[in-house]
Ligand binder design. Structure first.
Ligand code: ADP
Ligand code: ZN
Length: 712
């Protein structure tokens, strides 16, 4: 039976990663125990590793059901580039292509088969499934199974047959979005026990959240893009026309920008998308249609030119930035005009959903107007308790002066608690203010102990405070009943455990509108060198990706390039510790990167000094002698000899025998013992050996003894 250790070895070999993320480890452990699991992770959380690793280490094939053809293709290309046996089957292929894949499947040549839901439920394919050994079923985008999810697909509801027809083979359902109802629906339909739902935090801590007033948007955008040169980004606009206008303005300012909307031909859309994926286009100005089903991990920023309709859409869109985990930015422009337009649009629509949609709009308005940490507002909205300031949003960076709002909170929450824990927003305020309104009296609320306890604050002030309490997670309100407020666990902590609450004081006026100022210090020479090298490696990645016919981010992610910049591998040996460098990628591309870094570093005195030992090793790897290296690098021979000894101590795979024959080692070891151990001065040892052995041989013997002590 395979175990987690084998999983880790495969993670290193095939993906070049050192460790699992916590929920990946948990999911894989469950699957290896044969359990069914539903795993929820945000975009970029690393869902695919959860089934790819078991697929590789378990005997047989993993069947991956995936609804988006483009994504399927992308993932399979990525896997093949890492030397993994994967293929896909869907309607975009000719019958003979499909036949080829089936043959490979039957001949046990596939570790992973990606398949569309239509195909897996087709009667012709079931006998094939029955013939092969399957180690796991992975259902990607599992929320599609539920009518409650936002992307329902009829074929998904038939997937229940898997549990019936293939008892004993574990099922893994994966999704990035599923509130409670959808979650339960997924587990019920696929026969996954409810206690096997694993949920990762939905926070995307690497995304900086910022909201700015939408004055002179275009100028602000050009300025923003100027400060984020060469970084991929998306500007989301509400109308087709504004996508075209913004793109034109950016082009005029000299940027590689393009627009994308549903009014374009399918061909134009496809080519715009692939230019973006291949880093030929830097910026896309798009309506919300863009970004679905692309996996580009190095989108560095998202701008919302207009206010989105709801938090769900907003979070999904900003989630397309920073999937590689590196810092990313989300900038939202907020104007009252946008708000009014959306409100009008929703009010006019003939739908029983209008009420719900308006309630959702109100929540994003509150997010945009929030004076407290935006991440708190966001995560609490999605039902994830988050009770600290994130330090990575505009309000955290420029906090508004807070007051101790504990008493205010206690008053509001205790009044709500005494009503039974659930009441409408306005009625709660009337109770607090001691109003004689009809509804108050009808419900006998004037007899509550809290009646009138908050009369010192105006109606508007209470409204302001209740919104904050809700944004901070101390109150809840059901999405379909915007005016109701509910007590939750956090409210109880304030009422009964003395939790302190910080609030922004009500001042009667709106928020201040200044934008945060970024202080920038001039970069040091080393930083400048590294950023030049970064650009060079990005360009190298692009040209290698073009040759290989894969997207650049799929060859190596931005995070992997960053890891390279941190480690500066100049030798093949060092490439193994670069994140994302699987064995196959080292074999296919390692030399290109290593060479580029080697020649760059050799030319830059500061970097060369930093990497001095490693450079010696790189030249040794190439077969140069110590003397040759010394003269090439214009360093003393003794320095190069010291490098060799230190490299050996550090665990570099250096063949020391040419410098230290076995018989010499025996004699030198004896001398070291006689001289009282490894601390003896070199000169003493050299003299003790009558100068018959070189200093290098002595140093290498000492290095070897040090390695033995450290048990390398
Ligand atoms: P999701 O499908 O959940 O959106 P992906 O599977 O695309 O996320 O993974 C997001 C990024 O994180 C990818 O660049 C992936 O290579 C990287 N990644 C996944 N697991 C790990 C890990 N254990 N260590 C380092 N990077 C990882
Ligand atoms: Zn914050």
């Amino acid at each position: 039976m395979a175990n987690l250790e084998q999983g880790l070895a495969a993670l290193k070999q095939y993906f070049g990663y050192e460790s699992f993320r916590p929920l990946q480890e948990k999911t894989i452990t469950y699957l290896l125990e044969g359990k069914d699991v539903l795993t929820l992770m945000p975009t970029g959380g690393g869902k695919s590793i959860c089934f790819q690793i078991p697929a590789i280490i378990l005997e047989g094939t993993c069947i991956v059901v995936s609804p988006l053809i483009a994504l399927m293709q992308d993932q399979v290309e990525g896997l093949v580039a890492n030397g993994i046996r994967a293929a896909f089957l869907n309607s975009s292929q000719t019958p003979s292509e499909q036949q080829d894949i089936e043959t490979r499947l039957l001949q046990r040549q596939l570790d992973l088969l990606y398949i569309s839901p239509e195909k897996i439920i087709s009667p012709g394919f079931i006998p094939v499934l029955n013939t092969i050994k399957i180690n796991l079923f992975a259902i990607d985008e599992a929320h599609c199974i539920s009518m409650w999810g936002h992307d329902f697909r009829q074929e998904y509801t038939k997937l229940g047959f898997i549990r019936e027809q293939f008892p004993g083979i574990p099922i893994l359902a994966l999704t990035a979005s599923a509130e409670k109802v959808t979650r339960l629906d997924i587990t019920r339909q696929l026969g996954i026990p409810e206690e096997h739902i694993l949920v990762a935090s939905f926070d995307r801590p690497n995304i900086y959240l910022e909201v700015r007033p939408g004055r002179k948007r275009m100028e602000q955008i050009t300025d923003f893009v100027h400060h984020n040169r060469k970084q991929s980004g998306i500007v989301y606009c509400l109308s087709r026309k504004s996508t075209e206008q913004v793109a034109a303005r950016l082009q005029a300012a000299g940027y590689k920008a393009a627009f994308y909307h549903a009014g374009m031909s399918a061909r134009d859309r496809a080519s715009t998308q692939s230019d973006f994926i291949a880093d030929r286009t830097q910026i896309i100005c798009a309506t919300i249609a863009f970004g679905m089903g692309i996996d580009k991990s190095n989108v560095r920023w998202i701008i919302h030119y207009n206010l989105p309709k709801n938090m769900e859409g907003y979070y999904q869109e900003i989630g397309r930035a920073g999937r590689d985990g590196l810092p990313a930015q989300a900038l939202l422009f907020y104007t009252v005009a946008d708000l009014q337009m959306l409100r009008d649009m929703l009010t006019q629509q003939e739908s029983n959903q209008a009420e719900l949609q308006l309630a959702k709009l109100e929540r994003i308005q509150q997010y945009a107007e929030s004076l407290v940490c935006r991440r708190r507002v966001l995560l609490n909205y999605f039902g994830e308790p988050f009770h600290r300031d994130c330090d990575n949003c505009d309000t955290c960076k420029q906090p508004h002066s807070g007051i101790d709002g504990t008493i205010i909170a206690q008053k509001a929450l205790s009044a709500l608690y005494r009503t039974g824990g659930r009441e409408s927003n306005s009625l709660l305020i009337h109770i607090l203010r001691g109003s004689r309104k009809k509804e108050v009296l009808e419900k006998n609320y004037h007899e509550l102990k809290s009646y009138g306890c908050g009369a010192e604050h105006s109606y508007e002030a209470w409204q302001f405070y209740l919104v904050q309490l809700r944004n901070l997670g101390y109150l809840e309100s059901p999405p379909d009943q915007k005016n109701m407020v509910l007590i939750n666990d956090a409210s109880k902590r304030v009422l009964f455990s003395g939790e302190k609450v910080k609030l922004i004081r009500f001042s009667g006026s709106g928020r201040s509108t200044e934008t945060p100022v970024k202080i920038s210090r001039g970069p040091s020479q080393t930083q400048r060198d590294l950023s030049e090298l970064y650009d060079l490696l990005i360009e190298l990645r692009r040209s290698l990706a073009v040759k290989a016919g894969i997207p650049p981010y799929s060859l190596l992610s931005d995070a992997d390039i960053q890891s390279m910049i941190e480690q500066l591998p100049v030798s093949t040996y060092e490439l193994h510790s670069v994140s994302g460098m699987s064995q196959k990628k080292i074999a296919d591309y390692g030399n290109f990167f290593r060479q580029a870094i080697l020649s760059f570093v050799s030319d830059r005195p500061l970097l060369a000094k930093k990497k001095s030992k490693a450079l010696t090793f790189a030249y040794l790897e190439k077969g140069l002698s110590l003397e040759e290296i010394a003269s090439l690098r214009q360093l003393k021979l003794v320095t190069i000899e010291d490098h060799a000894a230190q490299l050996y101590t550090d665990g570099f795979p250096l063949d020391i025998r040419p410098f230290l024959p076995l018989d010499a080692e025996v004699v030198i070891r004896e001398a070291i013992h006689k001289a009282g151990g490894v601390k003896a001065p070199l000169k003493t040892l050299h003299d003790l050996l009558f100068g018959q052995y070189s200093y290098l041989a002595i140093k290498l013997t000492l290095a070897k003894m040090e390695r033995e002590r450290m048990q390398i």
